[in-house]
Write a protein that binds this ligand. Structure first.
Ligand code: UDP
Ligand code: MG
Length: 309
């Protein structure tokens, strides 16, 4: 029998872990040819998630848990679950039931047809704000245009099946600030996607606020593209050309008019404008420098406090 490992990161999901285990158990009761394990990764929850997980693990053999020493973030949590899994395929999904377990049989079917990665494309329910939809669409299009990672067709979902051979590749990647959505697209292999309608969170609140989403967005771009670093060079050329033309015009003008051009305000605005551009570019260089700094320290992506297997 083939084994499916299901990896579920959980950050403050006390109300959901039991629900999702039940839904998954229901799905697998109809899939006689497969065994499964559920690896919950408790990513520094401040509620009773850990106690709930220990209770579940005591009751059900297929429930396993990994407890982080603190909150490391969703992507490291998924990575940790993959690192510790030993199934023939690994499925990652959210704990909040926005990723319907009922899609699992279809994912397994595609995998059996020979696909190494089965990703999912989320179609949004009406409740999700147009703002979130539009910004997410724009972001993935932008990322596709400046890197060789194309997630514009709904790659923004971490509900995904990977064959054990792919998981092996992921396991051996030790880049800091891991961005699995991009990596799984970047790796290649044989991939296929299926559509699903994202539901509402079963209980609790989303851990992703605007600040975290911005950080996530920057992580994605800087993990797969160095194009932002070229911005300085491009702007440099542009403004140099500007300055040369402007200087020419000034010289000619002063010959004819025989007066100085006055203009304190325009001068100050120009100085401030270029000061701003320089700081932005310094900031971009800083972001990459920070990544190199993190990487050379070779700190792990996560630290495990306890686990039951
Ligand atoms: N999550 C996590 N660590 C975090 C934030 C979130 O492990 O720091 C988990 C969370 O428990 C859930 C999944 O990642 O299973 C997706 O998070 P959430 O539902 O808050 O994000 P959204 O669906 O709003 O994008
Ligand atoms: Mg969610």
């Amino acid at each position: 029998m083939k084994k499916i490992s299901i990896v579920i990161p959980a950050h403050n999901e006390e109300g959901n872990v039991s629900l999702i285990r039940q839904r998954i158990a229901d799905v697998f009761s109809k899939l006689e040819l497969y065994t499964y394990e559920i690896i919950f990764v408790n990513d520094g929850s401040r509620d009773n998630t850990q106690r709930k997980l220990e209770e579940l693990a005591a009751k059900f053999d297929e429930v396993k848990y990994i407890e982080f020493s603190r909150n490391f973030g969703h992507q490291p949590a998924v990575k940790a679950g993959m690192d510790c899994s030993n199934g023939n395929a690994v499925i990652s999904m959210d704990a909040d039931l926005q990723h319907p377990p009922e899609l699992i049989p279809e994912m397994i079917k595609r995998w059996e047809e020979g696909f190494d990665i089965v990703y999912t494309v989320r179609t949004y329910p009406k409740q999700i704000s147009a703002f979130k939809r539009k910004t997410s669409d724009f972001y993935y299009k932008f990322l596709a245009s400046i890197s060789d990672v194309n997630l514009s067709e709904g790659g923004g979902s971490d509900f995904r099946l990977m064959d054990a051979s792919v998981v092996d590749v992921v396991r051996n990647m030790n880049e800091s600030d891991i961005f699995l959505r991009g990596l799984s697209n970047w790796m290649g292999f044989k991939q296929t996607g299926i559509h699903f309608l994202a539901g509402e969170r079963a209980s609790g609140e989303s851990s992703y606020n605007l600040k975290k989403m911005m950080k996530f967005a920057f992580t994605g771009i800087t993990a797969f593209s160095v194009k932002p670093l070229y911005l300085a060079a491009y702007l440099g050329f542009l403004f140099s050309a500007f300055a040369i033309v402007g200087y020419g015009i000034y010289v000619i003008h002063s010959f004819w008019a025989k007066t100085e051009i006055s203009g304190w305000a325009s001068l100050i605005m120009t100085v401030v404008f270029f000061g701003g551009i320089q700081l932005i570019i310094l900031g971009i260089i800083g972001i990459y420098l920070g990544k190199i700094f993190k990487q050379v320290k070779e700190r792990p992506n996560y630290i495990i406090r306890s686990k039951n297997f």
